[in-house]
Design a protein around this ligand. Sequence first.
Ligand SMILES: Cc1cc2nc3c(=O)[nH]c(=O)nc-3n(C[C@H](O)[C@H](O)[C@H](O)COP(=O)(O)O)c2cc1C
Length: 363
Amino acid sequence: MLLSPVNFRNLSLKNRIVWLPIVSWLAEDDGFVTDAVIERYSRRAEGGVGMVVIEATGVLDRRSPKLIKICDDKYMPGLEKLVQAIHDAGAKVSVQLIHYAKKSKKTGWKQKVEDLSPEDIRQVKKEYVEAAIRAKKVGFDAIELHVAHSYTLASFVSLLNKRQDEYGRDIWGRSKIVLEIMEMIREKVGDDYAVCARISGEEFVKGGNTLKQTRVISRLMAGKGLDYLSVSAGGKDEDGDWYTGYSSTRSMPTANLTDGCHVYLAEALREEMAPYGVPVIASGKINTLKQAEEILAGGQADLIGVARPLLADPDWILKLKENKEDELVTCTYCNTCLDRDRRFEPVECIEAEKKIRKEARMA
Ligand SMILES: Cc1cc2nc3c(=O)[nH]c(=O)nc-3n(C[C@H](O)[C@H](O)[C@H](O)COP(=O)(O)O)c2cc1C
């Protein structure tokens, strides 16, 4: 089942394996796509995944060096080259669209959703819609709204959003901005284009969303014509600096957590998505084809998301399919990649680097 094709909306995937978004910090300082970005994604496409999801890509013009951007037409030629390379290598490609709050590195101050004025909210919506239009124009097969972890849309849908106006108060208010963005994007991209989202199934932070809330939010999104739901977890920085607290440990699950630790979240949300026919992507420490196959056979998800194992070894699928485990660079979930991410350094796998050094020594 895992390696069989699947179709939804405008997407025909050759199999059900998805390379999940991993920020690479390989773009230029001002957000332009580089050859290194193209190599990173086309190499995973060559490795045989059905779809890659491009890392969090900025819909707004706010300083964040080396984050890929889609907030202006000037980024389109580079993005078009990226899409073309992935298509040529045989995979479909979705792009994760991110909006993030203002932050002060010096003082640690972070803007909250409660600080946004009605005009700021109009601007966030506008930036999302314009980014989606560009994404479709350059050939991305789908867009994925980043409604997970600590970013703007996730902060709106969270129980921690204490706004007392129409964008807060209750679950409909907290979801309103996402639903409006979905409606506005659909109006612009038409019916034959996949509009998707990533959500933290549980936020794993005191006072934050659990499945009780995310079941409802996911249903509301499905009602607006959602095309896939990618299920992540945690990632809130309310309990620690950027990607340091327990909630973050869950979003990039560490070695001590069990394999497939978040499949139960995908399974629960899949129950909600079933009446709408929205496919669900499971993620979190899924690291063998056998495990992936069992998740699909058990009806727990429709698609299998893999992040770090494919960062470690782009030929993960091929080597597992051909029982060449001894040749595989295995992800140990040490999160050295995450440490690099937090230092804004190019995100590479230390196990892969060790292998290259060893081979060089032996040559
Ligand atoms: C260094 C790093 C960067 C990540 N960047 C993103 C991102 O841009 N967007 C996102 O939704 N998730 C991001 N994630 C989370 C992954 O997509 C994935 O959900 C998580 O690593 C669990 O999957 P895995 O166990 O297969 O690695 C990142 C993870 C890591 C380790």
